[in-house]
Design a protein around this ligand. Structure first.
Ligand SMILES: Cc1cc2nc3c(=O)[nH]c(=O)nc-3n(C[C@H](O)[C@H](O)[C@H](O)COP(=O)(O)OP(=O)(O)OC[C@H]3O[C@@H](n4cnc5c(N)ncnc54)[C@H](O)[C@@H]3O)c2cc1C
Length: 446
C-alpha cells in the first residue's frame, strides 16, 4: 500500500462493478479501511468486451495491475474504420504501440468479467473486504449509515455508491433518472474455436485490428478479447425499443440482428452468422447532476450511478477508473487531518470531476453520430477527414518511424471529434492522478 499514516477513514462501498472495485483499490492503497457490498451472489456476470484507453491504462499501471491485466488483454495495432456495404477501409487510427508513444500508455481490449476478476483479486489482496449477495437498501447521508436489510445498519465515514446506471441510492442526493438514448445494442461473444472454422472470421480472430463498420443508423464494432480466446462484437442501431434503459442482458434473437445487417459486407454478415447467443441492451445515460456528493460530504456517487454516458466513446469504465483515482487524491490522508474537512473536500471532488465528465459525454454523443451517418455530404466529409488523417500519420511514420507519435498535439476539450488528434489528446492524454493531486494542493494552499 502507498500510504498507511494520517487520517484513516472507514469507507463503505455499494456495488462491486468496475467503479466500486476501482474505488476500493484506490482508497485502500491510501490506507483506508474498505468494505464493499455487492448485491449479486457472484461476480463476473457480464459477458461484454470493453476498450481501455490510455487515460484508464495509466491508472491501472499505477495501481500495479499491468502484469495481471497483460495476461487477459488484447493489444490491437490499429482501429480500422470501414464502410458498411463495401467493407472499404475509410481510415485507420493507430493504437499500439502508438498510444504508448503519444499518450504515454497503451490501449487494451478486455473481456468485462476478466477485468472485474483482476480488480476484485487485487482489492482482496490488499485487504479490501467484499461481501457478495449483500444488497444495500438505503443510506442516511447525514449520519453516514447504510441499511443492509433485516435491521442491519452499518456506519461509515464515507459511503461510496457505485450501484450503476439504474442506481437506487442516487435518490439520496438527486431526483434525476437515467434516460433512454436513441440507440440500442446487440452484443455477442464468439468463442475462438467457432471463429477459426471459417477463413474470413479466422482472419478477424487472428488479426491485430479493432474493427468498426459504419453505416446509416447502424455500426458494428468487433475485436478479440481474453488474450485471443474470445471475440467480441457489438451492433449498435438507432431504432425505438421497448427495453428498459441500462439493462445489459435482455435475451434477444440473433436473427433480428442478422436481418439488420442484410446490406452489410460479407465479412460482417459472416461474423454475425456465427452468433448463437446475443443480448440486447437499451442504451441510456444519466443527466448532469448538480453534484455527485451529499451536503454532509459523507455520501458520493461514482461511475454510471453518477454519470453514465453513452458507450460510443468507449469511456464509461475509464470514467469510473478516473473517479476512483481522483477520489484517492481527494481523500489522501496526507492532506486530511480531521473528518470535518470532508464537508468541503468532497464537493471539491465533485467540482473537479464534473467538467471532464461533461466534455467526455459530448464527445460520446458526437461519436455516436459520427459512426452512424446517413450517406450524404456530411458522411463524405467524414470519410475524407478519416482518409486525410490516416495518410498523414502513415506518412509521418514512414519518415520518422514510431517517433512520429511523439509529437504531442494540444489537448482540446471542445474538439469536433474524439477521432481527431486534439480530441483524442483531451480524452486519452489526461493524467487524472496528476490533475487531482494538483487540485488538492491548490485547495489545501487556499
Ligand atoms: C454497450 C456498452 C459498451 C461499453 N464499452 C465500453 C468501453 O469500450 N470502454 C469503457 O470504458 N466503458 C464501456 N462501457 C461502459 C462501462 O461498462 C461502464 O460505464 C462501467 O463498467 C462502470 O460501471 P459501474 O461500476 O459504475 O456500474 P455497474 O457495472 O452497473 O456496476 C454496479 C454494481 O452495483 C451492484 N449494485 C447495484 N445496486 C446495488 C445495491 N443496492 N446494493 C449492492 N450492490 C448493488 C450491481 O449488482 C453491480 O455489480 C460500455 C457500456 C456499454 C453499455
Amino acid at each position: 500500500m502507498e500510504s498507511t499514516s494520517g487520517l484513516k477513514l472507514d469507507i463503505k462501498i455499494v456495488g462491486a462493478g468496475i467503479s466500486g472495485l476501482a474505488c476500493a483499490i484506490a482508497l485502500r492503497r491510501k490506507g483506508h479501511d474498505i468494505t464493499v457490498y455487492e448485491r449479486n451472489p457472484e461476480l463476473y456476470a457480464y459477458g461484454a468486451g470493453i476498450q481501455l484507453f490510455p487515460n484508464a491504462t495509466q491508472v491501472l499501471r499505477e495501481w500495479k495491475l499491468e502484469s495481471e491485466l497483460l495476461k487477459v488483454v488484447h493489444q490491437p495495432e490499429v482501429m480500422s474504420i470501414m464502410r458498411y456495404d463495401t467493407g472499404d477501409t475509410l481510415g485507420e487510427i493507430a493504437l499500439n504501440p502508438a498510444a504508448s508513444m503519444e499518450y504515454g500508455h497503451p490501449h487494451w481490449q478486455i473481456y468485462w468479467p476478466d477485468f472485474q476478476r483482476v480488480l476484485a483479486k487485487a482489492a482482496t489482496a490488499i485487504g479490501v473486504v467484499i461481501h457478495l449477495g449483500q444488497p444495500v437498501s438505503a443510506v442516511d447521508q447525514e449520519h453516514g449509515t447504510l441499511d443492509l436489510g433485516d435491521g442491519m445498519i452499518e456506519h461509515a465515514d464515507i459511503i461510496i455508491s457505485g450501484d450503476g446506471i439504474r442506481s437506487r441510492l442516487r435518490s439520496t442526493i438527486s431526483n434525476a433518472e437515467s434516460k433512454a438514448f436513441q440507440d440500442s445494442v446487440f452484443r455477442a461473444i464468439i468463442p475462438r474455436e467457432v471463429m477459426m472454422r471459417d477463413p474470413v472470421t479466422a482472419a478477424l480472430m487472428e488479426g491485430t485490428n479493432s474493427m468498426v463498420w459504419t453505416g446509416p443508423g447502424i455500426a458494428v464494432l468487433a475485436y478479440p478479447v481474453s488474450a485471443g480466446v474470445r471475440y467480441n462484437t457489438l451492433l449498435s442501431y438507432t431504432r425505438p425499443s421497448e427495453n428498459e434503459v441500462g439493462r445489459w442482458n435482455q435475451p434477444a434473437d440473433a436473427s433480428e440482428a442478422r436481418e439488420m445487417l442484410k446490406d452489410f459486407c460479407p465479412t460482417v454478415r459472416k461474423l454475425w452468422s456465427l452468433v448463437d447467443d446475443t443480448a440486447k441492451w437499451k442504451l441510456g445515460d444519466v443527466p448532469k447532476l448538480d453534484s455527485y456528493v451529499s451536503e454532509s460530504g459523507k455520501f458520493v456517487l461514482v461511475g454510471d450511478a453518477a454519470h453514465a454516458i453513452v458507450p460510443h466513446a468507449g469511456q464509461g469504465a475509464a470514467m469510473a477508473v478516473e473517479d476512483a483515482a481522483a477520489l484517492g487524491e481527494f481523500l489522501d490522508p496526507a492532506t486530511l487531518t480531521d473528518r470535518d474537512q470532508l464537508r468541503a473536500r468532497m464537493p471539491a471532488y465533485s467540482k473537479f470531476r464534473q467538467p471532464r465528465i461533461e466534455n467526455i459525454r459530448s464527445m460520446a454523443y458526437g461519436n455516436a453520430r459520427f459512426l452512424t451517418m446517413a450517406d450524404g455530404a456530411e458522411q463524405q466529409q467524414r470519410d475524407q477527414m478519416l482518409s486525410i488523417m490516416t495518410s498523414k500519420w502513415k506518412a509521418a511514420v514512414r519518415e520518422n518511424g514510431l517517433d512520429a507519435f511523439k509529437a504531442r498535439v494540444e489537448a482540446n476539450a471542445e474538439s469536433a471529434s474524439i477521432n481527431l488528434p486534439d480530441g483524442r489528446m483531451y480524452a486519452y492524454g489526461y493524467d487524472v492522478i496528476g490533475e487531482a493531486s494538483k487540485a488538492v494542493q491548490e485547495l489545501v494552499a487556499a
